[in-house]
Design a protein around this ligand. Structure first.
Ligand SMILES: [Zn+2]
Ligand SMILES: [Zn+2]
Length: 331
């Protein structure tokens, strides 16, 4: 069906969330690629993203050849920021038995593992194409490099230290789990991963009520309704829901970097907050009321953070975490 409609970022995300349940993947791919072909992507910066969602749909449908063509096109569409697209292309080449080309593509990106917390998508590509041992080797190398750098820069900025700590935590956990998959016994880094995880679980018990462990999050519909119901809250929240979830993801990344701790979000609702405030005789727009409301939810409805990379994102978008708030908030 010909159309002149613009393809918005919301629609691309909606398609990304639909993809695994879709009965007609071809129609979704046609919608995405058609919009790119005809210059109907509302924000031209989303062109590469639209193509990568189409790549993912084709991959799920087993059409690796067409997926490769579109991934190559996505790389060309965003020459300044194409590391993720190149990693996807590398993974596809590996799965198409073009191992030399695939490994060459991924190897060029490998240094990112030492500087970019998001770059663990490289590891996913290796692991998903059966190269778990290579994935472990790369994780080991990245951990070695980051630890050496932190030792050399002991007086580095606090930001740099937080970032390094968060990366060490993430890389060590991923490595631990892949090595477990390979049936390997624990080594020093595995013990480190266990210690960091255990320290987090221990810290949860010690947290006081206004600790940073649990953040109040508003699902999209609730977020919009919230500001309509209590306009005074516009001062406390960003104007758009996307920024709201980005802020929460960033705060959680910061908290994880400050020291491993069990982190989570609780989802608020307008009706819930109204009832809570009335029962407490508090003002729903007051910071204290909001904190107490979040605490009241954490006993029953805590969503642990971070979710598994392939699990549903904590924000409720329906997308996998690795394709939703994980990359969106770190770019
Ligand atoms: Zn262990
Ligand atoms: Zn999300």
């Amino acid at each position: 069906m010909p159309t002149s409609e613009l393809l918005t970022a919301d629609r691309i995300e909606e398609i990304a969330a639909l993809e695994s349940a879709s009965t007609d993947p071809g129609a979704l791919v046609a919608e995405l690629v058609g919009a790119v072909d005809e210059g109907r992507v509302a924000d031209p910066d989303d062109t590469g993203y639209a193509l990568l969602v189409a790549v993912d749909i084709l991959e799920q449908a087993g059409d690796l050849g067409d997926a490769l063509t579109l991934a190559t096109r996505a790389i060309a569409e965003q020459p300044d920021d194409n590391a993720y697209a190149r990693a996807v292309r590398g993974g596809l080449l590996l799965r198409l038995d073009r191992a030399d080309e695939g490994l060459a593509e991924l190897t060029e990106l490998r240094p990112l593992l030492e500087t970019d917390p998001e770059a663990t998508y490289l590891i996913d590509e290796l692991a998903e194409s059966g190269r778990v041992e290579t994935a472990v080797e790369w994780l080991t190398g990245a951990l070695d490099a980051i630890l050496e750098r932190t030792r050399a820069e002991q007086h580095g900025s606090e930001d740099a230290q937080d970032k390094a700590a968060a990366m060490i935590y993430g890389l060590a956990q991923q490595r631990h789990d892949l090595r477990e998959e390979l049936g390997l016994p624990h080594d020093d880094y595995d013990n480190l991963a266990d210690r960091l995880r255990a320290a987090g679980e221990h810290a949860l018990g010690a947290l006081d009520d206004d600790g940073p462990a649990t953040l109040l999050f508003w699902p999209q519909a609730e977020f919009d309704a919230l500001l309509v119901r209590w306009p005074a809250l516009v001062d406390s929240y960003p104007p758009h829901w996307d920024e709201h979830r980005d802020q929460i993801e960033r705060a959680l990344v910061d908290a994880a970097g400050a020291g491993p701790t069990d982190l989570g979000v609780v989802a608020g609702s307008v009706a819930g907050l109204a009832a809570f405030a009335e029962q407490q005789g508090g003002d729903p727009t007051d910071e204290t009321t909001l904190d107490e409301y979040a605490d009241s939810l954490s006993g029953t409805d805590l969503r642990a953070w971070p979710p598994g990379r392939n699990d549903a994102c904590w924000c409720g978008s329906g997308n996998k975490y690795k394709k939703c708030c994980l990359p969106r908030s770190r770019s």
